[in-house]
Design a protein around this ligand. Structure first.
Ligand SMILES: *[C@@H]1O[C@H](CO)[C@@H](O)[C@H](O)[C@H]1NC(C)=O
Ligand SMILES: *[C@@H]1O[C@H](CO)[C@@H](O)[C@H](O)[C@H]1NC(C)=O
Length: 552
């Protein structure tokens, strides 16, 4: 890297030690210096270390002049060390910056620099502030939604005790709304919020809260641009406001997948420094009616049934997921239907890659440009196939059909459902698990396969796609209430349950943790529709120890 010309260099005192402090366009560096001493006692020389610290200017949170008590010890030390008599009085400035403490965790740290002279001090503060003002990606006004009921009901405390003072320190102003009911944030964003006032939206809560904000923001953006939400072929307008997630829920998978850790302070600092991580969003339609957006997992069969069952057992608390998971595993239901999809042709990655989507991901940044862009809803005179390639259809009996738009890694499942999925490459990974033995299904769930390729099982198929459709064996057109259709052992529709022991014909789709009301759905991936205040998971964060077991 070329050495940058320095903007400012001074000798300053830090904790009574002398440092050469240098600011260039990208880095603030402080390096301990030794002045020649007449007597060097072993005691002193042991204490002096050559420490060099540097902080990217982009990770400085704030700078301010600091009050110094007259006649402090520091003043005496300064004179002793430099043999310079201070003419005016000693003054100081403090830099608050991001410190990376390992495992993707960030903290704010303060460093106070003492100057011998007020002009030097003011020059430093002014110059640093100027450099910070050039960072136009940083938000100044934020709209904050706090879900006080999510997770351990700590949303308000987390925001007030860990986040608010950091925003204040960074001179970010906020309008805070504590939500009072489900969909409060979504509806407020959709219709009321004056979004022109803000540089971003922050949600304090879990994945459910994030989903509300995503739904509100996308709906608002589309209505402002005159896009019909019910049109499954419409090209959606990109949302320019970034979303920050302060994790405070019972599941915080989106935060984990985009920051690498569920930690409110880390997330607040990513917001302050103005990080930006684009993200794909799937739109889900039933015929020509909009149902939902999904950013992580659409699951039919196993994951749909686990969610359906756990909703019945809410009284159990978080344990219901394990309980329902076990119950669903034992029931071993399979479901018939046809999945058709449009394979992704414009991405460099594949679901069976060993590489992972990480900060500054090459695959997300280098999507092969569509030779002719996808004509979402433009109705050009060239047929869909010529633009998009061939649709493929697979009919069968499935234990699970999953569409993962991201790895879906979380602390409980660190590899995730589709470890090589990308956050922003415009695709989703369809994982089909065909009818198989319980033992085999267990092998899939535990993903006990070769280290790099967890899809190496004969009854599992995986496809990276841009769009897909699912048609269950029995569709709404035939039967009035498809959610509760059962059939007997002879494959005949049964209308007499629950007295019979017939099995349900259809499962439900689990869409990012919510049950969809239709089994027949059409899904399209909208590439980089939204942006988060995040930078993706950093591959080798500085100062992080390599603790991955594969390194052994
Ligand atoms: C840094 O200084 C600010 C402002 O004085 C203070 O609010 C904050 O708590 C300090 N942070 C640390 C880590 O000491
Ligand atoms: C979409 O369609 C549904 C049902 O057909 C209708 O109730 C809803 O108002 C429509 N939404 C929009 C935005 O047009």
């Amino acid at each position: 890297m070329e050495k940058q010309p320095s903007v400012l260099t001074s000798l300053l005192l830090v904790k009574s030690r002398l440092f050469e402090v240098t600011l260039n366009r990208t880095l603030l560096t402080w390096k301990e210096v030794h002045l020649r001493r007449k007597k060097v006692s072993g005691n002193i020389s042991n204490r002096l270390r050559f420490g060099v610290h540097s902080v990217p200017v982009s990770e400085i949170i704030a700078v301010r002049e600091t009050e110094v008590d007259k006649g402090t010890k520091a003043e005496g030390k300064w004179q002793k060390m430099t043999h310079i008599t201070i003419e005016t009085h000693l003054c100081a400035f403090t830099v608050s910056y991001v410190e990376k403490t390992g495992q993707h965790r960030w903290r704010s740290s303060n460093m106070t620099f003492f100057c011998s002279d007020e002009t030097v001090c003011q020059q430093w503060v002014r110059t640093l502030k100027e450099q910070l003002s050039l960072l136009t990606c940083r938000p100044k006004h934020l709209l904050v939604y706090i879900n006080p009921y999510g997770g351990k009901q700590q949303g308000k405390q987390i925001y007030e005790h860990k986040v608010a003072q950091l925003f204040t320190l960074a001179s970010i102003s906020t309008d805070v709304i504590v939500t009072e009911h489900a969909n409060h944030a979504r509806d407020h964003l959709k219709t009321q919020a004056d979004l022109r006032k803000y540089d971003g939206i922050v949600c304090v809560g879990g994945d459910g809260m994030f989903s509300e904000v995503v739904h509100g923001l996308i709906a608002r953006t589309q209505s402002d641009s005159g896009v019909d939400l019910n049109d499954s072929q419409a090209k959606l307008a990109q949302c320019n406001l970034r979303i920050g997630i302060i994790p405070a829920g019972s599941t915080d998978c989106i935060c984990y997948a985009t920051v690498g850790v569920n930690d409110p302070v880390t997330s607040a600092l990513h917001i302050i420094v103005g990080d930006s991580q684009p993200m794909d969003v799937c739109s889900v339609h039933h015929h020509n009616t909009f149902l939902k957006y999904s950013v992580s997992l659409l699951g039919y069969g196993f994951y749909g049934d686990v969610l359906t069952d756990s909703e019945k057992n809410r009284w159990m608390g978080p344990a219901r997921y394990d309980f329902s998971g076990f119950k669903t595993f034992l029931s071993h239901h399979y479901y018939e239907g046809t999945i058709s999809f449009l394979p992704a042709t414009n991405t460099l990655g594949s679901p069976r890659d060993s590489s992972r989507c990480r900060s500054g991901c090459y695959v997300c940044q280098h999507r092969v440009k569509d030779i002719s862009p996808i004509k979402w809803g433009e109705g050009g005179d060239v047929s869909e196939n010529e633009f998009e390639g061939e649709w493929k259809a697979i009919k069968g009996k499935f234990l699970a059909i999953n569409a993962a738009s991201m790895s879906c890694a979380c602390p409980r499942s660190p590899k995730g459902l589709s470890p090589a999925a990308h956050l922003a490459d415009g695709t989703t990974d369809i994982i089909l698990v065909r009818k198989c033995s319980r033992l085999n299904f267990l092998r899939h769930l535990l993903r006990h396969t070769s280290k790099d390729d967890q899809f190496d099982l004969t009854f599992v198929e995986v496809y990276r796609v841009k769009k897909f459709k699912f048609t269950p064996k029995h569709c709404d057109s035939e039967l009035s209430d498809i959610r509760d259709v059962r059939e007997n052992a002879f494959g005949q529709i049964c209308r007499d349950h629950p007295s019979c022991d017939c099995t349900p014909v259809n499962s439900n789709w689990n869409c990012d943790g919510e049950i969809l009301e239709h089994a027949a759905i059409e899904v399209g991936v909208h590439c980089q529709l939204i942006k988060l205040f995040a930078r993706g998971i950093e591959e080798n964060p500085p100062f992080e120890e390599d603790v991955s077991p594969s390194a052994v």
